[in-house]
Design a protein around this ligand. Structure first.
Ligand code: ACO
Length: 323
């Protein structure tokens, strides 16, 4: 059977770092409050000329270089983002053009913080279905541009950045020993739409709007939803928590990450945590964390890597990959 195997990875961050100390000068908050409640110590904030497409392009170029490929070798680009450069055309098509790619297909996918998990699952389905042979999957965001910078309950949580992986069709045996995506589990439930949303859009207000969140409500659902889709991935593949080499969670909040790992019985030394340096970068957080842990040698070829995310919608999902 065909498997979607990771051939390359890359990431990009804005030049500017904003520490919690600096945040104290913007809103009534403290480094202590932010660290204790979220684990976040700093985040990167896009400056002039840095956009979702420019960050996505840099992450894509890093992934292509690492895979020893050029854009000519791709036939699909999916960009997971909730902060596109424009309402249309898609940021994916913008990045396709920046890469000088004049063939294939490119589109955006919007599932907020679960966007990268949804995009990997979608690229995998395209590859296994024969619609694509080599897909560039990007998570890229500039959430700083949709934050209400006077709202301390949200503005301290988010940051900007981009990460990318390249998935390639390879023949596998159909067994768990295969490299590549082994299973993807996706869920959504719009009943939770008012707990984490943006209060504007092209068809309602004609404006971009600002992020609004009922933090406690999100927190209440997060651990249960995350563990549900991870257990579904275990069931689909006949694997257990003991088989997982690395849990690479969406980086929203240290307490959610620790709570999920504990409930699943995955020791914290197998969990990749970057929320302290990146903040919550929504769809970019998982590929940024993958890049960090693969580049520093923690995630190695053959390792079993569980991705998970939960976010606005609500949407949630998991992907199990043999790296
Ligand atoms: N600095 C200082 N005080 C603050 C801040 C701040 N930045 N923000 C809120 N407070 C105050 C509140 O006003 C409140 O004060 P009060 O008691 O006088 O009314 C107090 O802190 C407690 O506020 P809560 O909202 O109850 O704080 P909580 O412990 O729930 O922590 C948090 C808030 C961190 C947002 C938490 O609810 C959480 O982690 N939620 C999960 C949501 C999340 O991580 N979302 C990210 C996006 S969603 C996703 O990616 C899955």
């Amino acid at each position: 059977m065909i498997r979607s195997v990771v051939r390359g990875f890359g990431a990009a961050l804005p030049k500017r770092v904003m520490t919690n100390k600096e945040m104290e000068s913007k809103v009534d908050t403290s480094d202590e409050w932010i660290v204790q409640r979220t684990g976040i110590r700093q985040r990167y904030i896009a400056g002039e000329g840095e956009t979702t497409a420019s960050l996505g392009e840099s992450a894509a170029r890093a992934a292509l270089a690492r895979a020893d490929l050029t854009a000519d070798d791709l036939d699909l680009i999916i960009v997971a983002t909730s902060t596109p450069d424009n309402t249309f055309p898609a940021t994916a098509v913008n990045i396709q053009n920046r890469l000088g790619m004049r063939h294939g297909a490119a589109f955006d996918l919007q599932a907020v913080c679960s966007g990268f998990v949804y995009a990997v699952a979608t690229a995998d389905a395209y590859i296994r279905g024969g619609l694509a042979k080599r897909a560039l999957v990007i998570g890229a965001e500039t959430f700083s541009r949709i934050l209400d910078w006077s709202d301390r309950t949200t503005c301290v949580l988010f940051g900007d950045g981009a990460g990318a992986i390249i998935l390639e069709a390879r023949e596998g045996s159909g067994m768990n020993a295969d490299r590549g995506v082994l299973t993807a589990q996706l869920r959504s439930d719009g009943i939770h739409g008012d707990k984490l949303y943006v209060d504007g859009g092209p068809s309602t207000t004609g404006t971009v709007g600002h992020l609004r969140m009922e933090g406690r409500e999100v927190f209440k659902h997060a651990v249960g939803m995350i563990t549900d889709v991870i257990e579904a991935a275990f069931e689909a593949t006949g694997t257990t928590a003991d088989d997982v080499d690395w849990l690479v969670p969406h980086q929203a909040n240290r307490r959610i990450i620790d709570g999920s790992a504990k409930k699943l019985g995955i020791p914290l030394d197998k969990v990749v945590v970057t929320v302290d340096i990146h903040g919550n970068t929504s769809a970019a957080s998982i590929p940024l964390a993958l890049d960090t842990a693969a580049a520093d040698g923690r995630i190695k070829k053959g390792d079993l890597v569980m991705l998970e995310a939960m976010g606005g919608g609500f949407t949630w999902g998991s992907v199990l990959i043999r790296w």
